[in-house]
Design a protein around this ligand. Structure first.
Ligand SMILES: Nc1ncnc2c1ncn2[C@@H]1O[C@H](COP(=O)(O)OP(=O)(O)OP(=O)(O)O)[C@@H](O)[C@H]1O
Ligand SMILES: [Mg+2]
Length: 471
């Protein structure tokens, strides 16, 4: 349960690693120090031993007096903090240890085995040995007493261990106090670092929970780092803003649709009621029924557009692409708008080579062209002109369509908006039948083909819609 939070996980893992590393390191340093101290002591005792060897040989050769030797041994013993013995033993005597008389109370059990080694020419060193003679633990070093005629005995040095031990204990104390301080310092750093890593994650978790339960809040996750967590938090914030945006769009969409449906339904209801109540005279029936028919058509168009939009957005629309002769498609689209064009006495010029092809879905391309040409006709005054130009472009290979009119134009600040859903420039001047979905559907269909669309327009002078589709 406790280990469920990332913060605790990070904290425990880091601490475990740091503590073990520091503990192993401290143990290692402390062992290395103890080894070093004993090694130094061994070297010191052996060096002293060699010097004693020298001196006793000098005494044998009568180069120095016993007094001189004693005073030298005293000072060496003092300097090396040790008791020094030079013992002459016959190797054979060791075969029966009990017969040996070492004197000076030196008969200690470990010594006999050591003496055997020493007389065989080995150096012996004991780090920690209890000595009955001194009644304490000692460091013991024994070396062969070498003379010209061979090994004639042993030189033994005993040094109390207490000094060395207290040094080692002191240093161990320093090492472990430092280790503790280091662990505490790292724990503090680890604590804040774990907090820094886990805090945005925790915030995101809470925010995601709120988002999922539909709770509305505008507060974003605070990001201070540029690492993966920082990036994740940024993406999360972005996602949240997008979701809020989508939610806003959804409610706007519903509001727009309801509004666009209510207007025709209200007028249909009004006229039908008028007829039933007898307020509308039978001779006017034709006029009002025509209006009702137009309104019904408008509702049908709105419903179709919305269905179409929903299909595009859900990604369920499938394109059946083939190589199409553009001219054929255009001819059929133009003939379907002919009636309206002629009614407004609009001059329509088409420039398109018979050879130009495009790789597209024939029905979708027709719909794209109908939407754009329908706009051009709708927003061009009586007697205006519409020019359609299709050409091939290379690098990249696209077919470019330009539909130009001499209509009312679009204000510059409205240009980026005309492709939005339900967006209609100044509703009073737009055609009454429009839903504002035409260009949005058009753009979606073009993008579905991997193409793009843009617009150039001058208010009062005319508009040019340009779009490209891959060949
Ligand atoms: N050729 C054009 N000249 C001037 N304004 C245009 C032209 N084409 C589009 N517009 C403006 O852009 C708006 C959006 O166009 P869109 O085709 O999406 O909607 P609509 O024509 O109003 O309705 P719908 O096409 O759904 O019947 C229009 O309402 C109009 O204000
Ligand atoms: Mg339109």
């Amino acid at each position: 349960m406790m280990f469920k939070s990332i913060f605790v996980k990070l904290l425990v893992t880091y601490l475990a690693i740091i503590i073990s590393v520091i503990a192993v390191l401290s143990l290692f340093i402390s062992m290395a120090y103890s080894w070093y101290v004993f090694d130094q002591k061994q070297q010191e005792l052996e060096k002293t031993g060699y010097y004693v060897n020298e001196l006793v040989n000098k005494l044998e050769r009568k180069e120095i007096s016993q007094t001189e030797l004693n005073s030298s041994l005293d000072s060496m013993g003092y300097i090396s903090d040790s008791s020094i013995y030079a013992i002459r033993i016959d190797k054979k005597a060791l075969e029966n240890p009990k017969s040996i008389q070492l004197g000076e109370n030196l008969e200690e059990s470990y010594l006999f085995s050591d003496l055997q080694k020493i007389l065989n020419g080995e150096n012996v060193f004991r780090k920690k040995q209890y000595s009955q003679k001194f009644d304490m633990y000692v460091v013991f070093s024994g070396i062969p007493w070498k003379t010209n005629s061979g090994i004639s005995g042993a030189i033994l040095l005993f040094s109390p261990i207490s000094q060395i031990s207290s040094n080692i204990t002191k240093l161990n104390l320093v090492i472990w106090i430092m280790a503790l301080v280091l662990i505490i310092l790292s724990a503090i750093v680890i604590y804040f670092n774990s907090l820094r890593i886990s805090k945005p994650i925790k915030q995101m978790e809470i925010a995601a929970g709120k988002l999922a339960s539909g709770e509305r809040s505008d507060d974003l996750v605070v990001v201070n780092s540029a690492d993966e967590i920082g990036k994740l938090a940024k993406s999360f914030n972005y996602m949240k803003q997008q979701l809020v945006g989508i939610e806003k769009m959804r409610s706007e969409f519903i509001a727009n649709v309801s509004h666009d449906m209510r207007t025709p339904l209200t007028s249909i209801n009004g006229f039908v009621s008028g007829m039933l109540d007898g307020i509308v005279k039978p001779e006017d029936y034709n006029k009002y029924l025509t209006i009702i028919k137009d309104e019904t058509l408008r509702l049908t168009k709105l419903t179709n557009d919305i269905l179409h939009l929903a299909k595009i957005q859900s990604g369920s629309i499938r394109l059946f692409r083939e190589n199409l002769i553009v001219k054929t498609i255009l001819d059929s689209v133009i003939s379907s708008t002919r009636a309206l064009v002629e009614k407004k006495s609009i001059e329509l010029a088409l420039e398109c080579d018979n050879t130009i092809t495009v790789y597209a879905d024939s029905d979708k391309l027709k719909q794209i062209l109908i939407n754009i040409i329908d706009n051009a006709v709708k927003y061009t005054r009586y007697g205006g002109e519409i020019g359609i130009n299709v050409s091939l472009r290379y690098k990249p290979s696209v077919t470019e369509f330009r539909i130009r009119d001499t209509g009312i134009g679009i204000p510059a600040e409205e240009l980026p908006l005309i492709f939005e859903k339900f967006y209609r420039v100044d509703k009073s001047r737009s055609s009454p039948g429009g839903t504002g979905l035409g260009l949005n559907i058009t753009r979606s269909l073009i993008e579905l083909h991997g193409g793009k669309i843009w617009v150039i327009s001058e208010l009062g002078a005319g508009t040019e819609i340009i779009f490209e589709l891959p060949q």
